[in-house]
Design a protein. Structure first.
Length: 436
C-alpha cells in the first residue's frame, strides 16, 4: 500500500496499521514530481494508494483520498488482526541522487521478532510512555517515521507538524511539553536564524533528546544547538534508510568535533581502501557496516545493486570516511561524490566544512565539473548569509589559507538556493549537467 501525503494523522494510521498487520507500506514524498511518483508506484507494484489530494494514475488499482472517502472505507471495512508491534518496516525509496531511486525492502517478520526489535530500539534511545515526540520532518522519510512509530509502541504521544516552520516548531515544543524530536541540520540552521530574541520567546526545558542526522552539520550550528537546548540533549547518529551504525552524545562531540560517533552495540565499522584492504585508523576509505542482527535488506527489483551493497554480513551505502584510534567515525564524503582532479581525490564534504565556517556563508555545495586537463575541476555553489557581503574571490583566498591548493574551488558561484532532492538532500550536478 502506497501513501502519498503531507504529515497528517491519517497517514500515520495507514502506515502503522499496515505494519502491525504485516503489510509493507510504501511512503511517497509529496514533493516529488508526477513522473517520479509514477515511477515509484509502478516499481513498487503497490495495489492501493492513500493520498491527501486527487491523483490520476494507472499504476495502482485502488485510490483512496483522505477525507470522506477514507472515513467511509474505515466504517465499512472488516476488522483486521493487528499485532502489538510493527511486523516489519516501510519500503522507503532511496533519494536517487545518482540514477533511479530504489526501494529498500525488508521481509516482514513474526510477532516475537517484532516485539524484540521494538524493545531494542526503545531501549537504545530510552523511549517510554512519558515521551511526547514532535514530528517536524516529512513522515515519508525513514527516521521521522521510525521515531514516531516507536514512541507509539512505548505508549507515548506524538505531535504532528504539517510542515517545518522554525518558530512554529519551537512553539510546539513549548506548548505540548515535547520531550523528543528528530531534525536535519537545515532545520537547526533555520531555528538559529531566528536570533537570540526569537529563541528566548520559547521554553525548551521539557526537551530531553534532540536527534539529528541526514546530512553534515556545520560546527557553528552544532555548537549553537548544544548551547540552546538542555544539557546532554543533542544527539547525532550516522545511518541511512538501509540501517543505523553509530551515534554520539553532545559531550562526546565536544571532545571530538566533527565525529558522528562510535559503533552501536553489536555493530562493527570496517573501512576499506580502494584495493579492498582494511584501512588503518585515520585513513579514509569506503565505510562498511557489519551487524549480524540487522534487518537484512535488499533493493527492490535490483539484485545487482543488492549484491554490490553486501559483502558477507557487512553492507555499504557508498560513504567515505575514517575511524580514529578510539573508534570514532568521521565522514569525508560519498563515493559517488568524490572529485578526482589530476588523479587526486577531493572529498566535497571536507571542502564544504571549511567554506561553511566563513561568517558570510549560509550554505555551500562543492562538486566536480568536467575539465579537459585535470579531468574534473573543484567548484562550489554558495548561499550567502542575509545582508552580509560575500565576494567569491575573497572567499577563494580565505579557503586557500585553510586548504591544500588542489582542494580549493577554482570557481565559486553565489546562488539564491542550493539544488536539492525531494528528500532535502543536496543534489550535486552530474558531469553532463555541470559543465558551464
Amino acid at each position: 500500500m502506497a501513501v502519498l501525503s503531507a504529515n497528517r494523522i491519517e497517514s500515520l494510521e495507514v502506515t502503522i496499521g499496515c505494519l502491525r498487520a504485516g503489510i509493507v507500506p510504501v511512503p511517497v514524498n509529496r514533493l516529488l514530481t508526477t513522473p517520479e511518483i509514477s515511477y515509484i508506484l509502478e516499481d513498487s507494484q503497490a495495489r492501493w494508494l492513500f493520498t491527501d489530494h486527487p491523483v490520476e494514475t494507472l499504476q495502482v488499482g485502488t485510490i483512496v483520498t483522505f477525507g470522506d472517502a477514507y472515513e467511509r472505507l474505515l466504517h465499512e471495512a472488516p476488522l483486521a488482526s493487528l499485532g502489538d508491534y510493527a511486523r516489519g518496516r516501510p519500503m522507503h525509496y532511496t533519494s536517487g541522487t545518482t540514477g533511479k531511486p530504489k526501494g529498500v525492502w525488508v521481509e516482514p517478520y513474526d510477532d516475537e521478532e517484532a516485539k524484540r526489535r521494538s524493545e531494542a530500539f526503545r531501549n537504545l534511545w530510552q523511549i517510554d510512555e512519558t515521551d511526547v515526540h514532535l514530528v517536524c520532518s516529512p513522515l515519508a522519510h525513514s527516521a521521522p517515521h521510525r521515531f514516531a512509530l516507536r514512541t507509539f509502541e512505548a505508549g507515548g504521544r506524538v505531535v504532528l507538524q504539517g510542515r517545518f516552520e522554525a518558530a512554529e516548531t519551537l512553539a510546539a515544543i513549548d506548548l505540548f511539553d515535547v520531550t523528543t524530536t528528530f531534525m536535519v541540520p537545515t532545520h537547526l540552521a533555520r531555528i538559529f536564524a531566528l536570533g537570540e530574541r526569537g529563541l528566548a520567546r520559547y521554553d525548551l526545558s521539557s526537551m530531553r533528546m534532540l536527534i539529528h542526522a541526514g546530512a553534515p552539520i556545520r560546527e557553528a550550528t552544532k555548537r549553537a544547538a548544544i548551547d540552546a537546548f538542555p544539557a546532554e540533549t543533542v544527539w547525532e547518529f550516522y545511518g541511512s534508510t538501509e540501517g543505523q551504525a553509530t551515534r554520539i552524545s553532545s559531550r562526546e562531540w565536544l571532545e571530538r568535533p566533527g565525529s558522528v560517533g562510535r559503533a552501536l552495540p553489536g555493530v562493527e565499522l570496517i573501512v576499506r581502501t580502494g584495493s579492498g584492504d582494511i584501512a588503518p585508523p585515520g585513513e579514509a576509505g569506503s565505510i562498511w557496516i557489519e551487524d549480524r542482527d540487522a534487518e537484512r535488506f535488499r533493493y527492490w527489483g535490483d539484485e545487482s545493486k543488492t549484491k554490490k551493497a553486501w559483502r558477507g554480513d557487512a553492507f555499504t551505502v557508498g560513504d567515505i570516511g575514517y575511524v580514529d584510534q578510539d573508534g570514532y567515525l568521521f565522514l569525508t564524503g560519498r563515493r559517488d561524490d568524490t572529485i578526482i582532479s589530476g588523479g587526486v581525490n577531493v572529498y566535497p564534504v571536507e571542502v564544504e566544512s571549511v567554506l561553511a565556517e566563513h561568517p558570510a556563508v549560509r550554505e555551500v555545495m562543492v562538486y566536480g565539473a568536467p575539465h579537459e586537463e585535470w579531468g574534473q575541476q573543484v567548484r562550489a555553489l554558495v548561499v550567502a548569509q542575509p545582508e552580509l557581503p560575500l565576494d567569491p574571490e575573497l572567499l577563494r583566498t580565505w579557503a586557500r589559507e585553510r586548504l591544500a591548493v588542489f582542494k580549493c574551488p577554482r570557481v565559486i558561484e553565489i546562488v539564491d538556493e542550493l539544488p536539492r532532492t525531494a528528500t532535502g538532500k543536496l543534489r550535486r550536478p552530474r558531469s553532463e549537467e555541470n559543465a558551464r
